[in-house]
Design a protein around this ligand. Structure first.
Ligand SMILES: Nc1ncnc2c1ncn2[C@@H]1O[C@H](COP(=O)(O)OP(=O)(O)OP(=O)(O)O)[C@@H](O)[C@H]1O
Ligand SMILES: [Mg+2]
Length: 295
């Protein structure tokens, strides 16, 4: 949807309108600020925590400094960076769970500040409701969205099927493996039909084999749904396997220092020389950030 001033500009300058239409037709995403095809725009984002240390003392922790980023509709973006550089903080702000200290975040042109059902979140630590069954966990957000009740069963069945959870609908989270719990968490997030999927190291606690399986499941699901995804990871291979684009953050205070496009066809072969080359580049960028934070 365009706002009134965009409509006015387009009416006054037909050339702009033609250029935008051509870009859309070519599916070419403009990386500059406030581009029309950006789903998410982050502009000058800052976050400083004020930590109360008692006895009237407080400490300022500059977690994020001047982060600028645009993500196109349907793009899969991975964020990597040294531990403590503000990745989770950035995601929490986008989820509306932390207030920002400065800057703007726009999703579909609308400022984000509160939590909302237009964003789905998946965390590392299986944030499922332990007192609800698999089915009830997936239904939770659907009910919040006030979707008519006669649609509920169809929606839940769809995501149970997509995440291969058939037969476990009435099981409680403590009876599921870690990988299955993450499948439920992804199903629950997708059942909201979110505009943006925010994932914070969702596979970080899983063994290598389960992790590999779930990475493939996520790629399959993303290819079916084409959701816009922001995915945080420490694992450069995971980032190379999943992402259209990998954003590299500096040590704290976190800023974006590099972005690498992964123009490899899916399914990706982790042994292909082009794959290994990107993985190596990312590893060396992370290493240089770690070195600079140790100096
Ligand atoms: N609620 C909070 N109160 C105060 N400081 C915080 C809070 N949350 C995070 N921080 C600080 O902000 C900085 C960034 O933390 P954050 O958790 O975002 O890093 P991260 O990049 O996600 O790290 P990791 O890769 O280890 O998960 C750290 O210095 C952390 O101590
Ligand atoms: Mg984190």
């Amino acid at each position: 949807m365009r706002n009134a001033s965009q409509k006015l500009i387009i009416a006054a300058f037909p050339e702009i309108s033609r250029t935008l239409a051509q870009r859309r037709a070519r599916r070419c995403f403009v990386i500059g600020p406030n581009s029309v095809s950006s789903k998410l725009v982050i502009n000058g984002l800052q976050k400083t925590f004020v930590v109360n240390e008692g006895f009237g003392h407080s400490r300022h922790v500059h977690a994020i400094e001047n982060v600028n980023l645009e993500i196109a509709d349907g793009e899969f973006v991975c964020v990597i960076g040294p531990s403590g550089c503000g990745k989770s903080t950035m995601l929490m702000i986008m989820a509306g769970l932390y207030p920002k200290s400065g800057g703007d975040i726009l999703l579909d042109g609308q400022p984000l500040s509160e939590p909302g059902l237009n964003r789905g979140m998946v965390f590392q630590d299986f944030a499922l409701f332990p007192w609800l069954s698999v089915r009830e966990n997936i239904l939770y957000g659907v009910k919040q969205k006030k979707i008519p009740e006669d649609k509920h069963n169809g929606i839940v069945d769809h995501y149970i099927g997509m995440m291969s959870l058939q037969g476990f609908e009435h099981t409680f989270p403590n009876r599921l493996s870690g990988g299955m719990r993450q499948r439920v968490a992804i199903a629950r997030a997708l059942a909201l039909d979110p505009e943006l999927l925010l994932m914070d190291e969702p596979f970080g606690a899983l063994d290598a084999q389960t992790r590999g399986n779930l990475q493939q499941v996520l790629v399959d699901v993303w290819e079916q749904t084409r959701k816009t995804v922001m995915f945080i990871t420490h694992d450069v291979r995971e980032a190379t396997f999943l992402a259209d684009r990998v954003i590299v953050m500096s040590a704290r205070p976190g800023r974006i220092t590099e972005e690498i496009k992964v123009n490899l066809p899916r399914p990706r072969d982790i042994l292909a020389p082009e794959f290994v080359e990107i993985e190596r580049r990312l590893a060396s960028l992370i290493e240089s950030q770690n070195d600079s934070s140790n100096n």
